[in-house]
Design a protein around this ligand. Structure first.
Ligand code: UDP
Length: 328
């Protein structure tokens, strides 16, 4: 049985990856420090013999007994609200955490896949974004802690590949959505759906002319799986190129949820990218991958999930006190 370590396993993407690799017959070693992750996302796996969980912070030395065939490094805060609230941890998990996991991959002779992001393109001046574009990032802005950590992560990963011969893979993940997104993580989809369910107005930041391209989680996981199993070592975009303005998206959510509330406008956060759309030619050509789930179907499934949340979960709009949690 192949053994895989998944960091950030209790998070949104991490938990879906755990499910996928269990389904593929792997022994899954899940790791999370539970700062932004939630055990609820993986509790259904605890009864399985081929699943184990380590409550561990990967910025500290990572020890895993036995052999490892694969490592997926998905531990990181990933929403603007989170990395504004825990900027140092965001930098550390992208930099020190990645260093530890690359060291582990080298030691175990394991193939490692690193979760990078469209944020490495910053507020892009090239549209749609190809993997060759170097990006337009404000190093000292509020998003800089995430963007630069992820850029460093790509550099150190390529260095381990070129200098130590470690088998590495780098996925650049564009906006992804689906069940198990945290309702209060501040991202636009849980924000709008939570607002619709609570009977609040939908908050569009800026004038709503900024664009995003949303990929359903099942498609994203399939792309990541194919990349891991491929022999391609340069970064690759995995996302859905179907682009929409946030203003139009709010209207879609109003229609989908049937809410009688309206759209209200708030200030655009600093350095909020004006447009984002992946060029996925490489993924198509090299991995034979493209997204299959349209926005209507994906959003419907996601809304079904949010509707299953209890009233207290729905009402809990304030964010976790990460500082208190860390002191424990
Ligand atoms: N956004 C919004 N209202 C919200 C939350 C987000 O209009 O309540 C906007 C945000 O300014 C950004 C877009 O939606 O332009 C996507 O934001 P998200 O935080 O989901 O992801 P990211 O900016 O990292 O792509």
């Amino acid at each position: 049985m192949k053994r895989i370590l998944i960091t950030g396993a209790a998070g949104f993407l991490g938990s879906h990856l755990c499910d996928r690799f269990i389904k593929e017959g792997f022994h899954v070693i899940a790791m999370d420090n539970l700062i932004t992750g939630d055990l609820k996302n993986i509790e259904h796996l605890f009864k399985l013999e081929n699943f184990e969980f380590y409550h561990h912070d990967v910025t500290k030395f990572v020890y895993v007994p036995g052999e490892l065939d694969y490592i997926l490094h998905f531990a990181s805060p990933a929403s603007p609200i989170d990395y504004l609230k825990i900027p140092i941890q965001t930098l550390k998990v992208g930099a020190l955490g990645t260093h530890n996991l690359l060291g582990l991959a080298k030691e175990k002779n394991a193939r490692i896949l690193i979760a990078s992001t469209s944020e490495i393109y910053g507020d892009p001046l090239v549209h749609p974004q190809t993997e060759e574009y170097y990006g337009n990032v404000n190093t000292i802005g509020p998003r800089g802690v995430y963007d630069e950590a992820k850029r460093f992560q790509e550099s150190i990963t390529m260095a381990y590949h070129r200098f130590h011969g470690v088998e590495t893979r780098i996925v650049r993940i564009f906006n992804t959505y689906g069940p198990r997104m945290r309702l209060n993580d501040g991202r636009v989809i849980p924000a709008f759906m939570g607002q619709a369910l609570r009977g609040e107005d939908l908050t569009v930041f800026g004038d709503g002319s900024q664009t995003r391209s949303f990929c359903y989680v099942d498609d994203e996981i399939e792309g990541i799986y194919r990349l891991l199993m491929s022999d391609y070592t340069l970064p690759i975009n995995i996302g859905n190129p179907h682009e929409i303005t946030i203003g139009d998206f709010a209207e879609e959510i109003i229609k989908l949820t049937g809410t009688t509330q309206k759209v209200i406008y708030k200030d655009l956060p600093q350095d909020d990218p004006m447009q984002r759309q992946p060029d996925i030619s490489k993924a198509k050509e090299i991995l034979g991958w493209e997204p299959k789930v349209g926005r209507e179907e994906g959003m419907r499934k996601t809304f079904e999930y949010f509707k299953t949340l209890s009233k207290p979960e729905l009402e809990r709009t304030e964010h976790r006190d990460f500082t208190q949690r860390n002191k424990k």
